[in-house]
Design a protein around this ligand. Structure first.
Ligand code: SAM
Length: 376
């Protein structure tokens, strides 16, 4: 079987977690880069990656890479690619471009020039050109231009892979599902000791934890993928991969997974999100202020994403909350490993405990820390 090279993208800081996930899937990791991991595999391996990876944002299949310092270079290199291998003239396309540190500095212009190269090529070959559909194209094409080097890829994912399909209600400032899964990956939680998120908001962390603990493929909740609309779709393999994933899932986690929040509306949202994952009764939801939350009997992992100002409330007003997080952890959560994810480094200091690890991560453009506290 011929091997294809893929590139899985992720949030900066989660590359090693993603590489670990790829290895667990039995895929051949080639290289870890900033913001993603390249791997190789068969065509169905690309489908498995889309269905199973919890921390990947997109799965790309690079089809061309070239030096690019002018619009003419871009157009002619794109034109030279064998588009008829991937695309028929009656399909729709969309081009996403990201540009960094290059002579061509406008991503919209780069996307437009790339689109021109593709449609002109097909028109000249077949007398008909594909139309553009930015919202729901048959083929999504990804352009990555950095330091005057351009890579053109097909995007297997379609919609970003963080769109699992369970989240329809949004509270303020929910974590992206892929980032939540990455934080859980970084904690090294083993799915056997209890998992607690005492400020769960819309429930993303407990929901991602429960899916991991029950070995549910994150893509099985009814979403679709870009590659399903490609002319070369291997229907049989795709059906098998989905059937295997359904078989792999267990009904319940082996341990307590607890999501708590003091806000009733947040908990309602969390419960309604949980109902769409069929994991509603696998998670304990509790309305409670963190200061009063009773830890489960056995010690485990606590992961909390408190409000951090800028997005929710104001830093000054959050000082007492961060102080009380430190006090509560010290007084009530002895024996636990606690992790705090925050985008406000000043507030983090107010926790007043010594972190044994400080991991730098990005929540979109916001530089964040995941801080580890071992509560002996
Ligand atoms: C940034 S949001 C969490 C978002 C969540 N990770 C998600 O993905 O939806 C912070 C949450 O902390 C809750 N919260 C703030 N102070 C709290 C406290 N003292 N006890 C419990 N929950 C609290 C808020 O109600 C809010 O839902």
């Amino acid at each position: 079987m011929s091997l294809t090279k893929y590139f899985a993208t992720t949030a900066k800081g989660l590359e090693e977690v993603l590489a670990g996930e790829l290895r667990l899937l039995g895929l051949d990791v080639l290289e870890t880069a900033t913001g993603g991991v390249s791997f190789q595999g068969s065509q169905p391996d690309g489908y498995r990656a889309c269905l199973w990876l919890r921390t990947a944002n997109r799965i790309l299949q690079p089809i061309g890479s070239f030096a690019c310092r002018s619009p003419e270079m871009l157009y002619s290199e794109v034109y030279a690619l064998r588009w008829s291998d991937y695309l028929t003239a009656d399909m729709t396309i969309a081009v996403d471009a990201k540009v960094r540190n290059s002579q061509l500095s406008h991503s919209r212009f780069v996307a437009l020039k790339t689109k021109d190269g593709i449609v002109d090529k097909l028109r000249n070959q077949f007398g008909q050109r594909p139309n553009v559909d930015p919202g729901s194209p048959d083929l999504r094409i990804n352009v990555h231009l950095a330091n005057d080097r351009c890579t053109i890829s097909l995007d297997l994912s379609g919609d970003g892979l963080h769109r699992r399909g369970y989240r329809q209600d949004l509270t303020v400032a929910p974590l992206r599902e892929t980032l939540a899964a990455g934080l859980i990956g970084l904690t090294d939680w083993d799915s056997e000791a209890p998992f607690v998120d005492p400020m769960c908001g819309s429930g993303t962390l407990p929901l991602e934890a429960a899916q991991k603990a029950t070995r549910r493929a994150p893509g099985l909740l009814g979403r679709s993928y870009g590659f399903e609309r490609w002319p070369n779709l291997d229907q049989e393999s795709w059906k098998e991969i989905k059937a295997e994933a359904r078989e792999a899932a267990t009904a319940r986690p082996a341990t307590v997974i607890l999501g708590a929040d003091r806000d009733n509306r947040a908990l309602q949202t969390a419960r309604s999100n949980a109902s769409r994952t069929n994991l509603g009764d696998a998670i304990t939801w509790q309305r409670c202020d963190f200061a009063n939350l009773q830890p489960p009997d056995t010690a485990g992992t606590l992961l909390v994403n408190p409000p951090y100002g800028g997005r929710l409330g104001d830093s000054q007003a959050l000082l007492p909350l961060y102080r009380s997080i430190g006090d509560t952890l010290k007084q009530r959560w002895t024996g636990w490993t606690a992790w705090v994810f925050t985008g406000n480094l000043e507030l983090a200091k107010k926790i007043g405990l010594k972190a044994s690890r400080r991991i730098v991560l990005y929540n979109g453009p916001i530089e964040c820390r995941l801080l580890k506290y071992e509560l002996y």
